[in-house]
Design a protein around this ligand. Structure first.
Ligand SMILES: [Zn+2]
Ligand SMILES: [Zn+2]
Length: 212
């Protein structure tokens, strides 16, 4: 994380924003002296691109959140300084990989108008086990088939499942499973098929922390 000392000082003095190691994101501390609210200026300072101007360069997590938002606990605020939101979610600026904690009301207003409705679906139906997106059972944004209740339609299609197999093990695995070598984008073996159909002997080898 290459952030200048000046920026760290400015964020702290102007907005009471510090990088918080326990959540691995920039987090705003509730403070009576710095109450200035400005989502545009703050996101631009931290990432170089304002959330209001470049929402598509950001991605929000539905499952990484700080449960005690401003409404219940005055320790932290939404990054913009508002006190409207009751939970803070991790928002990542994709080009720089910088992360900040933003309230759900502000994410709905500035990032994606469906953020809050999607979140409610996630709370009711659960989240996709692979991409962690909320599962939506009906309506225009429906993204799940009832036959496979834990994967969204986006994740439930045949794909390359990359595997951790060492050079020494390759012959044994090639004999037992239908695996292919990939020189690109990562030099790894893969098994092609539905995520839900991965043979049991390969499950522990799949390179993914979001594995079922
Ligand atoms: Zn806010
Ligand atoms: Zn998914």
């Amino acid at each position: 994380m290459n952030v200048s000392k000046e920026l760290i000082k400015d964020l702290d003095e102007m907005y009471s924003i510090q990088y918080n190691n326990s959540v691995s994101a920039w987090l705003r501390t509730f403070s009576k002296k710095s109450t200035k609210q400005d989502m545009h200026a703050i996101t631009k300072l931290i990432t170089g691109e304002s959330l209001l101007e470049h929402p598509h360069n950001y991605s929000a997590s539905f499952t990484e959140y700080h449960p005690l938002g401003a409404k219940y606990n005055k320790t932290y605020n939404c990054i913009c300084g508002c006190t409207l939101c009751d939970a803070l979610f991790k928002l990542t600026h994709k080009p720089t990989n910088r992360t900040l904690m933003v309230g759900s009301i502000c994410l709905t207003q500035y990032f994606n108008k469906y953020f809050n409705s999607n979140l409610i679906c996630g709370k009711n139906n659960g989240f996709c086990k692979q991409c962690l997106f909320p599962l939506i059972k009906k309506g225009k944004r429906k993204n799940i088939e009832i036959t496979i209740p834990f994967l969204c339609n986006n994740c439930n299609k045949p794909q390359k499942n990359y595997l951790n197999i060492s050079y020494a093990e390759r012959e044994e695995f090639k004999t037992n499973y239908d695996i292919c070598w990939n020189p690109f984008p990562i030099k790894k073996w893969s098994w092609f098929g539905l995520f839900t159909n991965i043979p049991e002997g390969l499950l522990s080898r799949v390179i993914s922390t979001k594995i079922i």
